[in-house]
Design a protein around this ligand. Structure first.
Ligand SMILES: Cc1ncc(COP(=O)(O)O)c(C=O)c1O
Length: 388
């Protein structure tokens, strides 16, 4: 039995395939699909397809294509960036933020257990870091700074141009987790002084299981490889390249570049419409607001309802809403959001929160239907609670 249709508002978890992605992947799979490291003509054709995808992705971030390392996703990119930079430097001091994705936080824990010093900066009520505190931490012999661009739970945007300028002034490389900003926010690695940038295809309508790490070439940034073997990708990440996955990522990058300028204001307007309708409900407050939240994101806390009951009611009601409470991975662990708690929300507020993340298929009808269903569910749960 196929799953009933849901109003899909969970693009931060993963986005449906963008136009042209499936066919780009199939063209590779259905062709000779030789090993791109092979010297013969089919091998060279496979390598050329990978080069074309690298051009497309590089154009999205203002980088030279040869500065990209293909990985299995943002998680692996982040591991390579952090462990690779620390490994090359032989230890040191990494400065990061408490609201990072677990791919960063857990990697930092591993590095710390191995003797690396780690500073985790807090955030204010809007989810942003204090630049003076960051600068003080960098001045304390930092070897690497790692800050996410757009938060995956709230959509809060960190001021990467300002952070990059601080890092450049002190000569410390900056790693940015761009899993949620790629193709959505403008990224220019040179102008923003970004030395390492982690990316993932499936957040922009590409396939799952493929990502990339941008590694600055000039001045050259040293990284210790984390996966060893055949020496592909200059020895930085061994393993035969998955041409079909990479072609899919390239097609998604091309599509994102073509539509970004028009999509960003369209999604912001839809998000604002949703926010307006939800804030008319008594006891609904927004987590992260205004210009510092990326266009597709809306995160709200709801007073007077149980978070699990709300999520179940929304995801299993009719029409079903495909929404999330915090990050899918934290939700799986049954914990209230550490991101919202770091922003000063009470455990209760953090527990009864819902993330809406909009995307290509979202329209006015979807937003209005979602708002109406949300209002109905909150009223139903409150009536049940007061009757109990
Ligand atoms: C901010 C952020 N970083 C990293 C990741 C991990 O990405 P991937 O699924 O490509 O490993 C995600 C995905 O949830 C994310 O949202």
């Amino acid at each position: 039995m196929s799953a009933p249709a849901a109003i899909y508002l969970d693009h931060a978890a993963t986005a449906p395939l963008a136009p042209g992605v499936g066919s780009a992947m199939w063209r590779v799979l259905d062709g000779a699909d030789a090993n791109p490291s092979s010297a013969h003509a089919p091998g060279r054709a496979a390598a050329a397809a990978i080069d074309a995808a690298a051009e497309a992705l590089a154009a999205l971030i203002g980088a030279p294509p040869e500065a990209l390392v293909w990985t299995s996703g943002a998680t692996e990119s982040i591991n390579l960036a952090l462990k690779g930079a620390v490994g090359f430097a032989g230890g040191g001091h990494v400065v990061s933020v408490v609201t990072e994705h677990h791919a960063t936080l857990d990697t930092l824990d591993v590095l710390e257990r191995g003797g690396t010093r780690v500073t985790r900066l807090g955030v204010d009520g809007e989810g942003r870091i204090d630049l003076e505190a960051l600068d003080a931490a960098i001045a304390d012999e930092a070897t690497l700074v790692s800050v996410m661009h757009v938060n995956n739970e709230t959509g809060v945007i960190q001021d990467i141009p300002a952070i990059g300028a601080l890092c450049a002034a002190r000569g410390v490389p900056l790693h940015v987790d761009a899993a949620q900003s790629l193709g959505r926010e403008r990224i220019d690695v040179a102008a923003m002084n970004i030395a390492l940038l982690s990316m993932s295809a499936h957040k922009i309508g590409g396939p799952k299981g493929i990502g990339a790490l941008y590694v600055r070439r000039r001045p050259r940034l040293g990284l210790a490889a984390q996966i060893h073997g055949g020496g592909q990708q200059g020895g930085l990440r061994s393993g035969t390249l998955a041409g079909h996955q990479i072609a899919g990522f390239g097609a998604a990058a091309d599509h994102a570049r073509a539509v970004r300028e028009a999509e960003q204001p369209r999604l912001a307007a839809l998000r604002d419409r949703l926010a307006q309708r939800l804030s008319a409900i008594d006891g609904v407050t927004r987590n992260g607001s205004g210009a510092h939240v990326a266009a597709p994101f809306l995160n709200v806390s709801v007073a007077g309802v149980h978070g699990d009951a709300l999520l179940t009611g929304l995801t299993e009601g009719v029409p079903a809403l495909a929404v999330a409470s915090g990050a899918a991975c934290s939700a799986a662990k049954g914990q209230s959001s550490y991101v919202l708690r770091a922003m000063g929300r009470s455990p209760r507020e953090a527990g009864a929160s819902v993330r809406f993340s909009l995307g290509a298929a979202t329209d006015v009808a979807a937003v209005d239907a979602a708002a109406a269903r949300f209002a109905e569910e909150v009223a139903r749960l409150r009536a049940l609670a007061s009757a109990a």
